[in-house]
Design a protein around this ligand. Structure first.
Ligand SMILES: [Zn+2]
Length: 360
């Protein structure tokens, strides 16, 4: 009998056999109200229930945010705006809910929420600072190993309202995807950041809990996009601890081994135009290890990383925190010293320069 109970308990603990994890989806808008909210409610419910592991409960009833009422939920997910009328007690209860091991997530204007409550900004990881672009953009996946990102790597295109953030630091969050700044006009009105670091999704740990945010989600078309739906379903599974994915911040300034000595960077010691080089070091990407798709044109930006020779981005075959394989330009000229730079989004100090002396 004891044996049978043990088997039953083991079965119940398998994913899919327990009750679905419950997500409270809050769409209260104290500021700008997005037209896509009704579609988003339908999409999030359908997408979640298709997993068989999640149940999404949409609401605009803020009284549900209290220690007692949140006991019935495993995560809270915001598509909100402005200063929501929560009491200090409710705010404390929400933070404690996450800190004690549950999930908190948000899309789009969830960062355009609670400007006057700094602890909220810390929880979600940044505050909205305008949307310089409303257009089709290219987005790089920095962490293809995170379950929410798997279907999107290495990059994808989408039309949306593209946010810029303030009070954002890569030291506090793990960036999952970032704007490919080559797909926008960096001189557009309202662009404040000068470090080209426009993260568009990230995750973090908060106490014992998990936090996920993506800046996408303004238009209905994004909600109806199966790629966005899959990202959200996987994010909710991660928030409710039904999948694993690293949330530790990364970063650190890249270091090139033997920086400054051209030959030390180069496999085969050949620096002929078009030759393949390997760059060794530490923190060489802001993202994960990623290999280019050889069937296509080699990308010049991979996992958020670029290598520039004399200011021009060169094709990348492979990037990892300790090694980059890249191809030198075909028109690298003999004689003058060329500058090679490993560039990561973030502060200007995240650039490392070495000098190449083409010799062939
Ligand atoms: Zn919007």
């Amino acid at each position: 009998m004891q044996f049978a109970v043990a088997i039953l308990l083991a079965l119940l603990s398998l994913p899919g056999l327990g009750a679905p994890k419950r997500v409270l989806y809050v769409t209260y808008s104290a500021g700008f109200r997005h037209d896509s909210i009704p579609i988003s409610q339908q999409v999030l419910q359908d997408t979640a229930s298709r997993t068989g592991l999640l149940e999404v409960v949409p609401t605009e009833d803020l009284t549900l945010i209290s220690a007692d009422n949140l006991r019935a939920f495993d995560a809270v997910f915001f598509f909100t705006s402005g200063d929501l009328p929560l009491s200090d007690q409710q705010k404390g209860d929400l933070l404690a809910f996450v800190r004690d091991g549950k999930g908190f997530g948000g899309v789009h204007s969830a960062t355009d929420t609670f400007f006057n409550w700094p602890e909220y900004g810390e929880l979600i990881g940044a505050y909205f600072d305008g949307h310089p672009w409303v257009q089709q953009v290219s987005i790089d996946i920095e962490d293809p190993d995170h379950p929410a990102m798997r279907a999107l790597a290495p990059s994808f295109q989408i039309a949306d309202e593209i946010y810029q953030f303030r009070d954002f630091s890569r030291d506090r969050v793990r960036v999952l995807m970032t704007l490919d700044t080559r797909s926008v006009d960096l001189t557009a009105e309202g662009v404040h950041r000068t470090d080209e670091d426009f993260a568009l999704a990230w995750c973090r740990e908060y106490g014992d809990g998990r936090v996920f945010y993506t800046a996408l989600g303004h238009p209905e078309s994004t909600w109806l996009d199966p790629r966005f739906q899959e990202m959200l379903a996987n994010a909710l599974l991660w928030l409710t601890r039904q999948s694993d994915g690293d949330a530790k911040p990364r970063g650190g300034t890249p270091v090139i081994a033997n920086g400054g000595v051209g030959d030390a960077l180069v496999v085969g010691r050949a620096l002929a135009p078009g030759s393949l080089i390997s760059i060794y070091g530490n923190n060489l990407t802001s993202g994960s290890t990623m290999q280019a798709d050889f069937a296509r044109t080699l990308p010049v930006k991979l996992a958020g990383t670029m290598v520039r020779v004399d200011g021009v981005a060169i094709p990348l075959l492979y990037v990892s925190p300790s090694q980059i394989n890249a191809q030198l330009p075909m028109d690298l000229s003999a004689g003058p010293t060329s500058t090679l730079q490993v560039w990561l989004p973030g502060t200007a100090s995240n650039m490392v320069e070495v000098h190449l002396s083409p010799q062939y």
